[in-house]
Design a protein around this ligand. Sequence first.
Ligand code: PGA
Ligand code: ZN
Length: 420
Amino acid sequence: MAKVTKVGAREILDSRGNPTVETTVLLSDGSWGVSSVPSGISVGKYEAVELRDRDPNRFGGLGVLKAVGNVNMVIAPKLLGFDPIKQKEIDMVMMGLDGTENKGKLGANAILSVSQAVCKAASMSLRTGLFQYIGKLAGEYGLTNTASRIPTPMLNIVNGGKHGAGNLDFQEFMVIPSSNKKFSDALHMGVVIYNALRDVLIFRNAIHSIGDEGGFAPNLFTNSEAFEVIVEAAKASGARLGYDVFFGLDAAASYFKKMGGYQLKDRPQLFSTDQLVDYYKTLVSTYQILVLEDAFEEDDWEGWVKLTRELSDKLLIVGDDLLATNKSRLTRAISEKAANAILVKPNQIGTVSETLALIKQARQANFRIIVSHRSGETNDSFIADFAVGVSADYIKFGAPARGERVAKYNRLLEIEQSFV
Ligand code: PGA
Ligand code: ZN
């Protein structure tokens, strides 16, 4: 039985050039795991704490040397000698050392990097694929241990809100190939539409740049115009709307909520919660929208409940900022029927085992599971294996562009090949 012999962290950079934490875990049998954590920019109020140094002389205060120090000085000594397959016990030791509800003392970034690195090291020691090992852990949490299907990708091809050029209020416009496609075919379709969209934007003189998640961040005037160009691109690529391909929207509404209502470019007056429900209904019926994430800000329970009551038979109503991968938020959403799907981001909670427990809770309530990246990512593809291991329904890994996004898609291609 292998034992943990060394745990060491360092500061590395994420895809925005901001510091983040990477940890290596070494085992007595020569196995190891290296894992790093991502970082969001449209961060929900109820997420676990990402510990930053706040030293204005380094990286504008975003350094993570304190979190790195917490791994090396506080966590590492307590984990030496542990059997790495004891994922839950190891996570609980770290939670105990932290002692807060939101991991505010040691930092969820510090804790998660260790939790994921332990998981990788254990799978290497057992000589199983990481996704298979995570499938086994998921089984221990009462989830079906199948790990035999690649989740359907939701590809974010237009970046607005905080990820884009500042002229679109909605944050993510996604294309979702039909779930009955093989993953590699679905990904191929996403790439074809992405490339067709580039041509449409060039033709309209709206090409600008790509955003944080690899989608285009075009010069467009309204949010509905973004749907128009995506529809045009999908049609140009030969995909049949509502059959081969569907659309998704992450509104990230907390970022356009103003005093007295929601502010969208599409009309001069603010939208009340009820008006916004009606506006979404129009968008859903005009375009083939299958997924609607963060349609309201995280404390607008009334809007969430109303939308779920009216549209849950047609639509995945996904809580990201609303649920923040957080147990008590999920419990409330289940009892109030405020969503029917959860976006799972391990760094919103901070350990592998708590993420598994949360997925179990969501599954029991019949929620759909979407495993998601963050807008600031590294090349670590842990979440690709994680998504397969927990048999997620969907994955959200951004556009099929930028190395840190493609790393996850490529890992899924590798896993798919191992199935045959
Ligand atoms: P974030 O955005 O990583 O910047 O929070 C992703 C999302 O809102 O889904
Ligand atoms: Zn989101």
